[in-house]
Write a new protein. Structure first.
Length: 498
């Protein structure tokens, strides 16, 4: 074995350990820690982050990467070792361009803005949040200036979540989706007068048991997974064998079952990364959109399908006799798939959700380009919202102030949610063409063959290839909105016609 390669791997393993420790400390902070621990925990996380960053951008890593050029040339492109060198070179080139003081200022500004945003949202007061948003945007512009060789500035922001993806490509795919979705939603949207039973009561113990019963069928294994409570659900992990899912319960809705399926999708991806990549920077899902494609696959394509509910509905009905005892399955199925424009992105149905995202993607580009002024943002938001979703907004609380992302400088993240939806159906069609019996398997409560296909074709690759290369390997083509549009037309058209 090449000595320099061994040294690079050792260094990267230590840095990866620090990163994973951060992830577990963050999980602990949001799931276990008493609130008083906040300030000290913040300092601990910052320390770990700083040490990991300094170790990674160290010139020694760059020197090793240079020296390993000819070693890399002799390796198979697909091998773990070549992929490690190639991906690390890209990560390193990117990480060292951002000065430490700018990185620290972005973290600090985000921490300060968070509470201001939360209060502004509560009080419907965009004006108090405005200076923080101005600062966040200004820092992002300075961040973009650290890079060169891009087609448009937004590419740099997108690249943090979707490496290699270009804004122009997303715009093309989203325009196609928007053109199809706006009229489709107007056509299939319906009222919810029939859905009173969806307000419960749904006893929380039964929700927890039901969530576990569902995700255990998907591949959740208590030997490697946990499911705990938090305020904003997420999935974290310290490696492929330690997956932490989080969820939340309220007794007046059943969203927890879909949340559990969603986070389980993220967890199965991390759990399925090849163990040969453990303790390397390749030991993660490849990008935000590919990750989201898996959470949406399990939550929506599987979890909102008829075959799934043919198996699970009798159990769910038995678990919640008071709310669902005399609700027939078809009414329940229609309620969980109802398309109805609403104000809040995270509560939106499968179809309208994408218009919430496209709206944000468009406004983010205009903000970065400076073609709309920040003070005019609420007005621009409201006008576009009404244009796309057909309903006016009553306040900024349920409009421009609803999401946490911008307070933390998270520009460029939103599009990955809808890219994930689009990719989920591309992958689903590929699996289904190879295993046409999947729906029949779901009806029998069997999800193992789908899980195994995803594991061996996608999850196992980790970050060995770029997101584009990964998608190409899994489905044989690049990103394409058509399968997703077809899926929504077919599913929602059938519901509207019935
Ligand atoms: Zn997700």
């Amino acid at each position: 074995m090449n000595e320099r390669f061994v040294e690079l791997k050792d260094r990267l393993a230590e840095i990866h350990d620090l990163r994973r420790a951060q992830e577990v400390l963050f999980w602990d902070q949001t799931v276990m820690m008493p609130p008083g621990g906040g300030p000290v925990r913040g300092a601990q996380l910052t320390t770990l982050d700083r040490i990991a960053h300094e170790r990674f951008i160290a010139p020694a890593i760059g020197k090793l990467l240079d020296e390993l050029g000819s070693f890399e040339d002799g390796l198979d492109y697909d091998s773990d070792d070549a992929s490690l060198i190639r991906t690390t070179r890209r990560d390193w080139d990117k990480a060292r361009r951002v000065p430490a003081d700018l990185a620290a200022e972005m973290v600090g500004a985000g921490a300060e803005a968070h509470d201001v945003w939360a209060k502004a949202r509560e009080e419907n007061d965009f004006a108090t949040f405005l200076p923080h948003l101005e600062r966040a945007l200004d820092l992002k512009r300075r961040y973009i200036e650290c890079f060169d060789g891009y087609d448009e500035p937004y590419d740099i922001l997108l690249d943090d979540y979707e490496p290699g993806m270009k804004t122009a490509e997303v715009r093309t795919v989203f325009d196609e989706l928007k053109t199809a979705l706006v009229p489709l939603i107007a056509e299939v949207a319906s009222s919810d007068e029939d859905d009173g039973f969806m307000k419960g009561p749904f006893p929380i113990d039964a929700q927890h048991e039901t969530s576990l019963r569902v995700i255990e069928r998907f591949g959740y294994d208590p030997q490697f997974f946990r499911l705990d409570l938090t305020v904003h659900p997420f999935a974290a992990s310290s490696g492929t064998q330690d997956i932490r899912l989080t969820t939340r319960y309220t007794d007046h809705d059943l969203t927890s079952i879909f949340t559990a399926m969603h986070e389980c999708g993220h967890g199965l991806y991390e759990h399925g990364v090849s163990q040969s990549l453990e303790r390397t920077p390749l030991c993660h899902g490849v990008s935000s959109a590919l990750h989201e494609s898996q959470s949406r696959m399990w939550e929506n394509i599987v979890g909102r399908s008829r075959p799934f509910w043919n198996y699970f509905y009798p159990q769910v009905q038995a678990a919640f006799p008071e709310a669902l005892g005399d609700v027939e399955q078809e009414r329940f199925y229609r309620a969980i798939n109802r398309v109805k424009p609403s104000y809040i992105r995270v509560d939106a149905d499968e179809a309208t959700y994408n218009l919430h995202i496209i709206l944000r993607f468009e406004l983010e580009q205009e903000l970065i380009a400076g073609t709309i002024a920040l003070k005019d943002l609420p007005e621009a938001w409201n006008a576009r919202f009404e244009e796309y979703l057909g309903i006016p907004l009553p306040s900024d609380t349920v409009g421009v102030l609803q999401d946490v992302h911008w307070s933390g400088g998270g520009f460029g993240y939103f599009p990955t949610y809808t890219l994930g939806n689009i990719i989920s159906v591309q992958i689903w069609e590929k699996v289904l063409s190879e295993i046409p019996t999947l729906p029949a398997q779901f009806e029998a409560g069997e999800f193992g063959e789908l899980h195994e296909w995803l594991r061996s074709n996608l999850y196992t690759l980790g970050r060995k290839f770029t997101p584009q290369e990964t998608l190409e390997r899994v489905v044989g083509s690049g990103i394409d909105a058509k399968p997703y549009i077809g899926y929504l037309r077919e599913k929602l058209g059938a519901l509207a016609a019935a």
